[in-house]
Design a protein around this ligand. Structure first.
Ligand SMILES: *[C@@H]1O[C@H](CO)[C@@H](O)[C@H](O)[C@H]1NC(C)=O
Ligand SMILES: *[C@@H]1O[C@H](CO)[C@@H](O)[C@H](O)[C@H]1NC(C)=O
Ligand SMILES: *[C@@H]1O[C@H](CO)[C@@H](O)[C@H](O)[C@H]1NC(C)=O
Ligand SMILES: *[C@@H]1O[C@H](CO)[C@@H](O)[C@H](O)[C@H]1NC(C)=O
Length: 468
């Protein structure tokens, strides 16, 4: 379908210089003829592919990316902040509301929108359906996907491609205004995309498990101009990956089962990072080595991609030299509570030593884990069982502790809510009292606390409120 756009595009740009030299009746046919030639050429070039349908689709993608270039260089970033969550902000839990509010509060000149589980599909169909960019493959994938994290990842790329602006996960709090994100030392019109380093642990780049995650950019927050080819590249990567996975697993899209690492490389930070490098190569002719970004203390511009240092979007991780949120360069704070998805997409966990990721990149811990898991297979069976029991015990204790903390958190929230309500009640004038019975029996000495304590604090609160 997107080939139709080619037909319209090619003649207008190529024909005009030739128009005077071609007889009138032929002129009318030239556009059609040219379109046919273009189509045949595309098929010819693509003949090494097995399926012509696949070729058509790829051509469609390429045409789309040329047809919709980024808006003229020099355009500002759209002043709009995007988030996505199950529900809209009016129904946010207290925890999410506070963090979400930090965005409009710190960015008064910006619009703010949250896409929800209720309106995301309509958004995708509108913008990628036949009346939008006409990408039935994207609409189909988004409609059928069940894995929430994959949908959430894909959605941010779709929105940033269509509209641009700032995307931030729901558990990310704004610390500084978006207008401060591009340092004055850069000309904002040279910048198309603002990203930040997430993991900068290149010394683990050869580690079996940690290696692929040891050098990455984050995609929980970034800023993009609309219609950037890099965003389309990312979307196409995701769509191809989904198609590959359904072929590999021989199931419909909705039945895909994905582990942690597949999520990372399919749609998550690894996918994002790989595509960023591909784009840097496309723009500058070479892939910068990670050492160019390692221990970076100032932002670096590669092509039109501005890479911020790790503490900008990922401060306080306890690794990657990411410092803390007091740093003047910390632009956001990531609270990590939306990251429940790892529990739904399992990763490698050793029966006796658990996940190496739990080391949080601490060298001694990773070395110990490597050593332990290496000698584990040679241990006598009895000792293995013993180690597993010890781990299960530790896990149970940890779980109990977490439950306890969760309960304590909930109690704190409930107490605060109660206090808030009591304050509100204190400002409401007391209801008129029924006339006191004339012959009230004297209350027994030990019964007075029943009524009294409630009244006393209320009076006090009332006085306090009037003071200022
Ligand atoms: C920024 O770049 C644009 C386009 O290249 C140019 O017109 C403008 O003068 C530059 N501004 C500064 C402050 O260098
Ligand atoms: C990873 O392995 C390659 C190839 O063996 C080696 O050249 C490189 O120095 C290693 N990197 C690290 C960080 O150990
Ligand atoms: C996909 O999942 C649905 C619902 O769980 C199930 O009914 C169907 O059989 C599954 N299809 C395949 C091919 O696994
Ligand atoms: C990067 O910073 C860390 C921590 O400050 C330091 O240990 C390491 O040597 C630095 N690496 C390079 C290549 O400068």
């Amino acid at each position: 379908m997107s080939l139709m756009n080619t037909k319209m595009n090619v003649p207008t740009s190529i024909l005009s210089p030739m128009a005077g030299r071609i007889p009138k009746p032929l002129q009318r046919r030239v556009p059609f003829g040219l379109a046919i030639v273009v189509i045949i050429l595309f098929f010819y070039i693509g003949s090494s592919y097995d399926q012509s349908a696949e070729v058509l689709k790829r051509v469609g993608h390429t045409v789309l990316s040329y047809q919709t270039p980024s808006k003229a260089a020099g355009d500002r970033f759209p002043k709009k902040i995007w988030q996505s969550w199950k529900v809209d902000p009016l129904d946010f839990e207290d925890r999410d509301r506070g963090r979400a509010r930090s965005w409009p509060t710190k960015n008064l000149g910006y619009r703010y929108e949250v896409l929800t589980d209720g309106n995301d599909l309509h958004y995708v169909k509108t913008n990628f359906g036949p009346h939008g960019l006409n990408r039935p493959d994207i609409v189909k994938a988004y409609t059928e996907l069940e894995a929430k994290i994959i949908k959430a990842d894909l959605l941010r790329y779709l929105v940033m491609y269509v509209e641009g602006g700032v995307y931030a996960d729901i558990d990310v709090e704004a610390l500084r205004p978006v207008d401060d994100w591009i340092p004055p030392s850069f000309n904002a019109s040279d910048v198309g995309l603002v990203i930040s380093i997430e993991i900068d642990e290149p010394s683990w780049s050869n580690h079996t498990i940690l290696g692929p995650k040891s050098q990455s950019f984050c995609q929980w927050t970034f800023m993009s101009q609309p219609r950037l080819p890099v965003m389309l590249r990312l979307i196409d990567h995701v769509i191809h990956w989904i198609e590959d996975m359904t072929k590999k697993q021989q199931v419909p899209i909705g039945n895909l089962t994905l582990n942690f690492d597949e999520v990372l490389t399919g749609t998550g930070p690894s996918a994002f990072t790989n595509v960023m490098f591909a784009e840097m190569e496309a723009q500058t002719g070479s892939i910068p080595p990670w050492s160019y970004f390692h221990n970076m203390t100032d932002p670096k511009l590669v092509g039109n991609i501005l890479v911020l240092q790790v503490d900008s979007f990922a401060a306080g991780q306890g690794h990657s030299n990411s410092g803390n949120h007091d740093s003047p360069r910390a632009l956001v704070r990531h609270h990590y509570h939306a990251s429940l998805w790892p529990s739904r997409h399992p990763r490698y966990s050793h029966p006796a030593y658990g996940m190496v990721e739990e080391c949080n990149w601490k060298p001694e811990c990773v070395h110990e884990w490597d050593h332990n898991t290496e000698i584990y297979p040679s241990l006598p069976e009895e000792e293995k069982q013993n180690l597993i029991k010890i781990k299960e015990h530790a896990d149970a204790e940890k779980l109990a502790k977490e439950e306890e903390e969760k309960a304590a958190d909930q109690k704190r929230i409930d107490d605060e809510e109660l206090e808030r309500l009591q304050k509100i009640c204190a400002t409401v004038p007391p209801a008129p009292q029924p006339p006191a019975p004339t012959e009230a029996p004297p209350p027994p000495a030990d019964a007075s606390p029943v009524a009294a304590p409630n009244k006393e604090p209320l009076k006090k609160e009332k006085k306090k409120e009037k003071k200022p």
